[in-house]
Design a protein around this ligand. Sequence first.
Ligand code: FE
Length: 198
Amino acid sequence: MKNKKITRKITQGMYVLTTQNGGCIVDAVSQISAGENPLVSVAVMKKNYTNELLHTNDKLALSIVGMNTNPDIIKTFGFNSMRDINKFEKVETNEVEGVPVILDSLGYMILEKVDMVENDTHTLFIGKLIEADVFKEEDAMSYGYYQEHKEELLKVTTEAGKTAWVCTICGYVYYGEELPGDFVCPICGVGKELFQKK
Ligand code: FE
């Protein structure tokens, strides 16, 4: 028997991954070695445009989302694609080592790519830490906390008196008694099994 629910107990965080010309929200980041330039790994969904960029760019930044970071940053980087909007127009950044880092964060790590591992759904990028700074000494937001408080963080509201289906991943709202058979979320692309009726 395989009860994958247990994987939700793996502690993960909330990070804005940025690279030249793109970025997205990631949760699976680990430090995998120590020393002067420790290695850090990050998994990025293959369908993300950022994944494509990381196959050619050699540097990336991870900005750590804090409990007081504006959740709009999660919306901007998590539920849009640079294929459609310029995420950097909406969020304040600084350039470090040629990579934009998010100012409204706890700080950043700049990684230089050293390896990639391809999986079915994600690519695991491994990078060497070449630069880093701390902006604020506050608590980081865990992925678990984000999942628990997503609706308030993303300010999901539905109109009274209408049947609404809310995407449990990104907060997109669909109005209607039933979701169409082959429905997928137009924002984050998940299937209707991840929608909740309100
Ligand atoms: Fe969605």
